[in-house]
Ligand binder design. Structure first.
Ligand code: NAD
Length: 460
C-alpha cells in the first residue's frame, strides 16, 4: 500500500484507539526493533558498503552502534520518561497537584538524508515510537540499498498502522509534505528545509529541522600540532567528509600554518596511504552528480595536497586547499566532501570577519590551549553545538541536545531530548476540594482587593 492519504488515515484511526499510549506496548515495539536491527547488523554494513563504500568500522561507530545505544537508552528509561511529572504548585492555584503530562503528537513524518542513511532515519523513528506516535519514514532515494533495508526492517517489526516507510524521491516527498501531519522531523539541506518549513506552516504543524551549513574550525598557535592533525583528519574525512557537522573550513593562526599543513599531509598519508583510492577505509561520494559538483569547485584553486578525481568511481581524494579570500568558490556553499579549505588569521577580528560572513553554523570547532580565548570565542559566536580540541564527538553524547540554530536548523534531539521532541508537554492541575478561598469570586470588595494584593506580595 503506497497510497499516502490512506496511510495517514489508517495511522490516525489507529492512534485514536489509544493503543500507543500504553508504555508497555511501546516497549514491546522498541524491543522488537532492537532484535531486528541486531539480526540485520551484517546486512546494514553491506548496504552501506554498496551505497558508498562505507567501511564496516565507520558504519559501526557512526550508524549501527549509535542506533543500538539510543534503543538501549529508550528501553531502559521509557517508563520514567513517560510518567507524568509532578511540579511545585503555585500558591495562587493552592490547593492543587500540578503535573506535566507527556502527550504524543500523533502522526509523525520523518524525512531523512543520504549521508548517514541508517542512523538518521532510525534515531527519529525510535524516539517518535517511544513517545507514543505513529510514524511514516521517507528515507533518501540516493542510498538505494540502505533505504531499502530500513524499509524492510520497519516492515518486519511494525504493522503499517504504527510505522511504515514510503520510498521515493522529490515527487514522493512533495506528496508527503502536502498532507496534514501532527509533527514533521526533517534532516537535510537548508534549501529543502525551507520547503519543509513552508509546507508545515500551511497546517501550523510543529517541525524540527536538522540542517547544515559551513562549520568552521579555528586552530590557534598554542596547540599540539600532531594531536590536532590526527583529530582533524578523523573528523573531517570520516564518511568521506559527507557529515553535516564536519569542519567545513579551517581558520588557522598564521604562525603555525605551514608547519601544520606539513603534519596534516603526513597524517593523511598515514591514515589513507599514498593512494587513498585503494584504502578500504575511505568512502566514495554518494553519486556522480555530487562528485561533479565537488570537481567543479576544485577548478582554479590552490591545491596543497590531493585533488585527485575519478568521476566514474565517485572518488575524490582527501584534499587540502589554500584559500586567500572569501570570494573563492569553495567558500560559497557547504562543501560536503573530502575537501578542506584553509584560511589564515592573525587577529580575533580576522576570525570575526570570516565567521560572521556566514549564517549561524551547525557545528563550531576550536583547537586551543588558551582558556580565555576559548571561552571568549564560545560566547561570541552563535552555532548549534561544538567541541574544543576535537571534532564531531558532541554528537555521541545523548545528554547533549543536538541541533542547529538559525539557518542550521531549529529544534534538537538525542537521548531523552529526542523523546521530548516528539512529545507535547501538557499542563494539568488537579484541584483539591477541601478548601476554597473566597477571594477571587465576585462581588469584589476593597477588602478582597487588599487581601489579593497581599497574597501577590507573599507568593510573588
Ligand atoms: P536533501 O535536502 O537534498 O534531501 C533530504 C531529504 O529531502 C531526502 O529524503 C530527499 O528525498 C528530500 N528532498 C529533496 N528535495 C526535496 C524537495 N524539493 N521537496 C521535498 N523533499 C525533498 O539533503 P541530502 O543531500 O540528503 O543531505 C545532505 C544535507 O543534509 C547537507 O546539507 C547536510 O548538512 C544535511 N544534514 C544535516 C544533518 C543534521 O543532523 N543537522 C545530518 C545529516 C545531513
Amino acid at each position: 500500500m503506497n497510497n499516502i492519504p490512506d496511510i495517514l488515515k489508517t495511522q490516525k484511526t489507529f492512534f485514536r484507539t489509544q493503543k500507543t499510549k500504553d508504555v508497555n506496548y511501546r516497549l514491546q515495539l522498541l524491543k522488537a526493533l532492537k532484535t531486528e536491527i541486531i539480526v540485520s547488523e551484517q546486512a546494514i554494513y553491506e548496504a552501506l558498503k554498496k551505497d558508498f563504500k562505507k567501511s564496516e568500522f565507520e558504519s559501526f561507530i557512526s550508524e549501527f552502534g549509535l542506533v543500538v545505544s539510543e534503543l538501549n537508552l529508550a528501553i531502559k528509561n521509557l517508563k520514567r520518561w513517560a510518567k507524568p511529572k509532578r511540579v511545585k504548585a503555585s500558591m495562587l492555584t493552592f490547593p492543587s497537584k500540578d503535573y506535566i503530562y507527556k502527550e504524543p503528537y500523533g502522526i509523525v513524518l520523518v524525512i531523512g538524508p543520504w549521508n548517514y542513511p541508517f542512523l538518521l532515519t532510525m534515531e527519529p523513528l525510535i524516539m517518535a515510537i517511544a513517545a507514543g506516535n505513529t510514524v511514516v519514514i521517507k528515507p533518501s532515494e540516493l542510498t538505494e540499498h540502505t533505504s531499502g533495508l530500513v524499509a524492510k526492517i520497519i516492515e518486519n517489526v511494525f504493522s503499517k498502522e504504527v510505522a511504515t516507510a514510503v520510498q521515493g524521491g522529490i515527487p514522493v516527498a512533495t506528496e508527503l509534505l502536502a498532507q496534514r501531519w501532527d509533527y514533521i522531523f526533517f534532516t537535510g539541506s537548508v534549501p529543502v528545509g525551507k520547503i519543509v518549513a513552508k509546507a508545515a506552516a500551511k497546517h501550523l504543524t510543529p517541525v524540527t529541522l536538522e540542517l547544515g551549513g559551513k562549520s568552521p574550525c579555528i586552530i590557534d598557535d598554542t596547540i599540539n600540532l600532531k594531536l590536532t592533525a590526527k583529530r582533524l583528519v578523523w573528523g573531517k574525512f570520516l564518511n568521506g567528509g559527507q557529515t553535516c557537522i564536519a569542519a567545513d573550513y579551517l581558520i588557522i593562526h598564521k604562525n603555525i600554518k605551514s608547519a601544520f599543513i606539513d603534519i596534516l599531509k603526513e597524517e593523511l598519508i598515514k591514515v589513507y596511504g599514498e593512494k587513498p583510492e585503494t584504502s578500504n577505509d575511505f568512502p566514495r561520494i554518494i553519486n556522480k552528480r555530487n562528485t561533479e559538483r565537488l570537481a567543479k569547485i576544485l577548478e582554479n584553486t590552490n591545491i596543497l595536497y590531493g585533488g585527485d578525481l575519478d568521476i566514474e568511481d565517485c572518488y575524490i581524494s582527501p584534499t587540502l586547499i589554500e584559500v586567500a579570500d572569501l570570494n573563492n568558490t569553495l567558500m560559497s556553499d557547504e562543501i560536503f566532501g573530502p575537501i578542506l579549505p584553509i584560511l589564515t588569521y592573525e587577529t580575533e577580528e580576522d576570525i570575526e570577519a570570516i565567521v560572521w560572513n556566514f549564517e549561524k553554523p551547525l557545528a563550531f570547532y576550536m583547537f586551543s590551549n588558551n582558556k580565555n580565548f576559548v571561552e571568549r570565542t564560545i560566547n561570541k559566536f552563535e552555532f548549534g553545538g561544538g567541541v574544543v580540541n576535537d571534532l564531531l564527538i558532541h554528537f555521541g553524547n545523548h545528554n547533549l541536545p543536538f541541533g542547529g540554530v538559525g539557518h542550521s536548523g531549529m529544534g534538537a534531539y538525542h537521548g531523552k531530548l529526542g523523546f521530548d521532541t516528539f512529545s507535547h508537554e501538557k499542563s494539568i492541575i488537579k484541584r483539591g476540594n477541601w478548601i476554597d478561598p473566597p477571594v477571587r469570586y465576585a462581588p469584589y470588595s476593597p477588602k478582597k482587593f487588599k487581601i489579593l494584593k497581599q497574597m501577590f506580595k507573599w507568593f510573588g
